[in-house]
Design a protein. Structure first.
Length: 180
């Protein structure tokens, strides 16, 4: 992950406004990548594997994200629909809790998603504000990874040499071509 955040720096330098960077677990597993986003000061929602650890409070030991999700009360989970797919509504159960990641000072959101079909869970860290509503976390998380329109707009603005299509498509920045 030698380019930790390099693409995001290029996009910001070109004057794009990012609502948030959405990254898949291939990037999210890298603590260095997540730290680079934090240093850049951009909002993010980053998928992470279940075995990554976090603590819900300073008084509790760090535990896996799966264990944190399992400890949440049933009332913490909400069924949310975020769109329509070819087979019908896109919906799942979601819960969010503020956590601390080992070796990081600040809190962030742990967003947990549970499939209504098979109960499979996915996990995301986000540095969005503590007052961010659950529905906003879900909406940003639901941005498609590899939005070709966003990639094309970014390439037109900064040039294909500065921005490799295949690498940017994994990051899925929500590029707005208007200057900041």
């Amino acid at each position: 992950m030698a380019h930790r955040g390099a693409h995001v720096r290029i996009i910001l330098a070109a004057g794009f406004t990012l609502e948030a960077v959405v990254a898949d677990a291939g990037y999210g597993i890298s603590a260095k990548f997540r730290a680079a986003l934090e240093r850049l000061g951009v909002a993010d929602v980053v998928a992470v594997p279940y075995f990554v650890s976090a603590r819900v409070s300073a008084a509790l030991p760090a535990e896996s994200l799966a264990a944190v999700a399992n400890s949440l009360a049933p009332s913490a989970w909400r069924r949310i629909r975020w769109g329509r797919g070819t087979k019908g509504p896109l919906e799942a159960r979601f819960a969010a809790v503020r956590v601390r990641i080992p070796k990081r000072r600040s809190e962030r959101w742990l967003l947990c998603q549970e499939s209504l079909v098979d109960g499979e869970r996915q996990y995301y860290f986000s540095n969005l504000s503590p007052t961010t509503p659950l529905t906003t976390l879900v909406r940003i998380r639901a941005q498609p990874v590899g939005d070709r329109g966003a990639v094309s707009r970014c390439e037109e603005r900064v040039g294909p040499r500065s921005l490799r299509r295949a690498q940017l498509s994994r990051l899925e920045p929500s590029c707005d071509p208007r200057p900041r």
